[in-house]
Write a protein that binds this ligand. Sequence first.
Ligand code: UD1
Length: 417
Amino acid sequence: MRKIIVTGGNRLTGEISISGAKNAVLPILAATVIGANESTIFNVPELRDVEVMERILLSLGCNVKKMDKMIWVDSKPLNNHKIPEDLVREMRSSIILMGAMLSRCGEVIISYPGGCEIGPRPIDMHLKALRELGAEIEESHGFIYCKANELKGCEIQLDYPSVGATENIMLAAVKAKGTTVIRNAAREPEIIDLQSYLNKAGAKINGAGTSVIIIDGVDKLNNVTHNTMPDRIVAGTYMIASAITEGEVVVKNIIIDHLQAVIAKLREAGCLIYNDNNSLKIIGPKQINSIEMIQTLPYPGFPTDMQAQMMALLSIANGTSIISETVFENRFKHAEELTRMGANIKIFGKVAVIKGVKELTGAKTAAKDLRGGACLILAGLAARGVTEVENMYHIERGYENFHVELRELGADIKKID
Ligand code: UD1
């Protein structure tokens, strides 16, 4: 089993260039099946989740070629509409293939994704919306059977701005007859990236980034080339790596606007942050200030995907901080591991109370999920002594060469196979 060993205490300095966004490229790769066309996607991060999506596309019959940071997908030969069960189990977000495959073949069979490390994650909104678009869906023995002779545009009011449901609807509606309107749509930047990819291929979508998205159905999609947006969560994680080590790190190749909620909280914590075009310099303070309240929210609120990393930082603040996790249930598993390192954290349902301690001490820990794993590595960077983080595979789902990049910034860190 692969694990990370980090010896804390080194100050991080230097520059890091941020890779393409996992959460943007996954729905885009799902979208490649819609058009029986060729897609060339640049700035694709090398991550386990992306590999799983490639394997799904191959299993559906697509031609897929990968070179460095580029993926080329030819979806003309697609000849299968069953998504392999083991791959769905490995990557829950393969559920966004439902909309894309319905659009392409009018049929898809996918196993029920079930729960995951950060809560039950139901898909009721996905299914309801696809039914509204005209799909017939049966759930039986752990599988979802979807069929649609014709998808028809309609007005869909989401109960909650779910990222995945918004994407699934966009993918299903691209070639539907007539106009689809999504109200209370998720406003995450990754949805703008999906709109941009689809429109370059000939789709007619407006409004991504706002809570009303309008999709006028088109007959076909053309060959397309797209450059994936930078990963705001990876960027935010390196910003905290600088903050927690009294470091001075420049995070390059980002879209600063996507990071405003994180920037605001890091400034409250005492960081100095300077911006310059597409980069930010983060100077960590000698003493982290506690933060009265952080509430995770849909974009543009504070991202749930940055909650764990922020908890690592606040565990050594000079007072008590409160984090309220409103997006996912059961997303505080890292708190227990931080406690092993000497943190003082109490969980009350969806609220965490973090009483800052003078210092963390190295300990044997295990990543329970992707961002929780990143949180433990960040804590290890600041802790006295050696921290081990087991279950590296969680971290590899979302961070490319994390330990190598951190080492280049000055961390004492290695991976053991
Ligand atoms: C996406 C991101 C994930 C991020 C999350 C919130 C990808 C691949 N993943 O996940 O990294 O943490 O957005 O920013 O882009 N819900 C329902 N019913 C549904 C759908 C969702 O109850 O049908 C609930 C979920 O359980 C959760 C909340 O809505 O509590 C938000 O989920 P959603 O926005 O759908 O997140 P994902 O798309 O799964």
